[in-house]
Design a protein around this ligand. Structure first.
Ligand SMILES: NC(=O)c1ccc[n+]([C@@H]2O[C@H](COP(=O)([O-])OP(=O)(O)OC[C@H]3O[C@@H](n4cnc5c(N)ncnc54)[C@H](O)[C@@H]3O)[C@@H](O)[C@H]2O)c1
Length: 431
């Protein structure tokens, strides 16, 4: 098939590469010359394990093309995926400016024949209908389209694998022909097929992310309670998660959820609910707990007296990505900078994206050990694998004071005490 992606971010680029790798002729329409030029040279604009190889392989095979020209990108395409950003507005509502602008471009530039237009972007209920109306208004008479919602569930850090083996593929459309076209494209992929109407498909995506955020905030609430009572949150949640009705995934404490999806999608669902007069207080509490977890990390750091120099391991919102959007590190380090601490940070992939977001007040190191030199406190904010088996005695020797605040629970409290650290984690006392 010939397919087109509009947008080459985490979703557009990864999915485009996977469908090209499966043998399709894939075109990606971008909107800045510099980025398109880099992609044409096989340089991914994001860090995602395995992406560079699959990008280069499919460029060489001439199955993957990048362009700024909608006419060239759309010409003869069977399916067009919209994969542009839908960031939150100030009031939490999803900003659809890019999606609706792109719809206009698609309508203006589609060539004659039949095309399925599908939003991979996470969009509020009713958006695909708006996209359809815009394209119908702007297209030529000899162009026929159907719209379908095909929400994306990939996770950054495992995006290629998730795209090839999703738990489910959701296709929402009122057109049987659109559904069949999308089923054909997805044939080589694993995962259950779920066929729904447009609104259900759009809502499935928000509901999934809201559920994940709810589980994380629930785990964090229990962690705070465990800390006050001497319970160990990991023992508690391990046992709870063994119940088949509950399950263990996304039931762990930390510094709060971040990233480009959960925070904005919870906000957008709250906003949608209010628009329809539905009580969304459960999700408002989920957000509140999430915000509180970041404040808790700051409180744990400042509870140490006479510290000045803080070492930070981890800036990305989770391991195996360079994405720092809504990362807990952003709020926490901004607060610590304001309070006058000297901060040296390290992240295996996310230093440059973080530096762009928080341009001053932080020095960066190029390794775990370099970061902790002369530090009074080590703060762990992302659970990268390379932090899990460092030589803790070497870390101890490098530090001026032996304080650790571990917001990701990567070490065992009793081991840390035995090594001589003053160790604080989340929801676990030190005994
Ligand atoms: N990142 C994820 O893990 C993930 C997972 C599932 C769904 N989603 C959803 O997919 C959508 C995209 O997310 P992302 O993380 O890939 O975003 P991103 O910010 O990484 O990428 C957005 C892309 O859109 C492009 N773009 C913006 N405006 C444009 C325009 N007018 N014309 C052409 N291109 C334009 C940008 O250049 C960029 O390439 C969002 O709705 C997001 O919620 C993201």
């Amino acid at each position: 098939m010939r397919i087109t992606f509009i947008g080459h971010g985490y979703v557009g680029l990864v999915t485009a590469c996977v469908f090209a790798d499966l043998g399709n002729d894939v075109w990606v329409v971008g909107h800045t010359q510099e980025k398109v030029d880099k992609l044409k040279r096989g340089i991914p604009l994001i860090y995602e394990p395995g992406l560079e190889e699959v990008l280069k392989k499919n460029l060489n095979a001439q199955r993957l093309h990048f362009t700024l020209d909608y006419k060239e990108g759309l010409s003869g395409s069977n399916i067009v995926f919209i994969a542009v950003g839908t960031p939150p507005k100030q009031n939490g509502q999803a900003d659809l400016t890019a999606v609706l602008n792109v719809a206009k471009e698609i309508g203006t530039h589609l060539s004659k024949g039949y095309t399925v237009v599908s939003c991979k972007s996470t969009v509020p209920v009713g958006t695909n209908k708006k996209v359809q109306a815009i394209i119908e208004e702007t297209k030529n008479e000899d162009v026929r389209i159907d719209v379908a919602s095909c929400p994306e569930f990939l996770r950054e850090g495992t995006a290629l694998q998730d795209t090839l083996s999703p738990d489910r593929i959701v296709i929402g459309s009122n057109s049987q022909k659109a559904i069949e076209t999308l089923l054909e494209l997805h044939k080589p992929l694993k995962g259950q097929r779920i066929i729904t109407n447009l609104a259900s498909a759009e809502l499935i995506k928000y509901t999934s992310n809201a559920m994940l955020a709810t589980r994380l905030s629930f785990a964090n609430m229990i962690a705070l309670f465990a800390e006050k009572t001497g319970a160990n949150v990991e023992e508690v949640l391990n046992a709870v998660g063994m119940d088949n009705r509950i399950g263990s995934r996304y039931l762990y404490p930390g510094a709060g959820y971040g990233g480009s999806c959960l925070p904005k999608d919870v906000k957008a669902l709250i906003h949608m609910g209010h628009e329809y007069g539905v009580d969304m207080s459960l999700l408002q509490s989920v957000e509140q707990i999430n915000k509180h977890m970041r404040e808790e990390v700051v409180s744990k750091v400042v509870s140490h007296k006479n510290i000045k120099k803080i070492a930070v391991w981890g800036l990305a919102f989770k391991p195996d990505t360079d994405d720092v959007r809504e990362a807990p590190a952003f709020y926490i380090l901004s607060e610590l900078v304001k309070k006058g601490f000297t901060i040296t940070a390290y992240d295996p992939e996310a230093v440059s994206t973080f530096r762009a977001l928080l341009p001053s007040g932080i020095a960066y190191a190029s390794s775990t050990y370099e970061t902790v030199k002369e530090a009074d406190l080590l703060l762990i904010l992302t659970e990268w694998n390379e932090f899990k088996q460092v030589d803790l005695q070497k870390v101890y020797a490098q530090m001026a004071q032996k304080n650790i605040v571990d917001a990701r629970n990567i070490y065992d409290p009793s081991t840390m005490n035995t090594l001589g650290f003053s160790y604080m984690s989340v929801g676990r006392t030190n005994t």
